[in-house]
Write a protein that binds this ligand. Sequence first.
Ligand code: ZN
Length: 310
Amino acid sequence: MREILFLKPVFKEMIWGGTRLKTDFHYEIPSNNTGECWAISAHQNGDCEIINGSYKGYKLSKLWSEHREIFGDINQEVFPLLVKIIDAKDDLSIQVHPDDTYAKENENGALGKTECWYILDCDEDASIVIGHHAKSKDELRKMISNNAWSNLIRILPIKKGDFFQIEPGTVHAIKKGTLILETQQNSDITYRLYDYGRLQNGKPRELHLNKSIDVIHCPHNDIQINRDKTEYPNAMKEHLVTCPYYTVNKIEINGKQEFTQEEPFTLISVIEGDGEIDGTEIHKGDHFIIPSNYGTYQLTGKLQLIVSHV
Ligand code: ZN
């Protein structure tokens, strides 16, 4: 198919959300507490609509069910990926995700969740939670029951352009003043470990301590990221991660550069700049899918893209 599929994002209001999806990305957001833009999603909690071409008006989940040839006929029940932009005006709760095996057994056959974060922007003193300092499950249990959160939780400073891979079993949280592009498995299973003792409508939000302890890896193990670069005449590709669920690259375009579609399908998010793809204008905040067998495509302009495939 020689048609690029553009999508309409779905927005989620969150107590920790802000206004940067409007001020930085020019989206129409539902309120001043908008936390998430589900940019490429076929999940039932936020199923994006195709906004152009032959399949205009289709939900991505329907296109996946009825026209699998667009996605290289890959054999998976649900669309495998979900791309979000997250605006954290306040700290998110500290959480952990199960892997596929644990989720299948304990969450009615759901998928586990591996995710990765590209830091689009952040405050000068911003930080992020990745990992913990317990050396064993026993120590983890003890520290949790003693409320030793500040000794347990591992906090790292971050800057714009940083990238993190979050495997299942990794304690993690986005902290305030951070704008992130997240690429993840299509799953919504999250165990909340700690919520800073905050109250919502006078009550603490539910924690999932036993499930968290079940799935947290001890000791924590960082995923090493090697950002290998490939130079093209008018572009630069930086490989961010490859794992069993996805490959994510950052591509910078400076001028005119041709690429060939060799994947079952490719997801592209414009995170900076303006330009064109095969003569169609694209801007910061646009998200689209290049279908299977599309052939070559030409990107022009000055663009920064996050590009992923299965
Ligand atoms: Zn997460």
